[in-house]
Design a protein around this ligand. Structure first.
Ligand code: HEC
Length: 147
């Protein structure tokens, strides 16, 4: 008898948990890729385009291109980390080395997913998606390392 109820309770809790985690109540169902790209574009224009440019082409020798960036394709998880924590090292993009610093952004999981999904689907990039779950996983990965 009881075994019948348990999954139902579990499901109910899961539902409450996922609703509590959601942002405004309007985003209850998972966003479509199209919605994500649209929201991501606004985030990009407000936060990223001053360096990477509205065209995604970057600035020669200073800010790397996101348009057709081989680095982006190969390093999805690292790039999630760049947006959350910034990056001050070197990156090789389309055979050119970049050494300037990228700042960190205080975005939530949805915002990181939106902006990167926009980038991956713009300027001739091949498409793809970054999900909030992937961002959340990257976030927790970092914690034990921080000392
Ligand atoms: C102040 C300038 C600046 C801003 C603003 C900025 N970046 Fe960057 N970005 C850089 C630099 C410089 C690098 C290379 C970092 C390094 O060499 O360590 C970089 C690297 C990257 C890379 C990996 C390299 C590539 O070209 O594929 C991605 C992806 C990226 N940025 C995305 C973003 C996104 C998305 C935003 C907005 C949320 C953003 N950046 C905002 C300067 C910036």
């Amino acid at each position: 008898m009881f075994t019948l109820y348990k999954p139902a309770i579990g499901l109910g809790l899961l539902l409450i948990w996922s609703m509590a985690g959601a942002e405004p109540s309007s985003s209850l169902p998972a966003k479509s890729l199209q919605e994500r790209i649209q929201l991501g574009q606004t985030i990009y224009e407000q936060n990223c385009s001053r360096c990477h440019q509205p065209t995604g082409e970057g600035v020669p020798n200073t800010f790397p291109p996101l348009a057709k960036s081989d680095f982006l394709i190969k390093n999805k998880l690292r790039v999630i980390d760049f947006v959350m924590n910034g990056h001050d090292g070197t990156v090789l993009v389309k055979n050119k080395l970049y050494m300037d610093a990228m700042p960190s952004f205080n975005f939530n999981d949805e915002e990181v997913a939106d902006v990167l999904s926009y980038v991956m689907n713009s300027w001739g990039n091949k498409g793809g998606v970054v999900t909030p779950l992937e961002v959340a996983k990257e976030r927790t990965k970092k914690k034990p390392k921080a000392q």
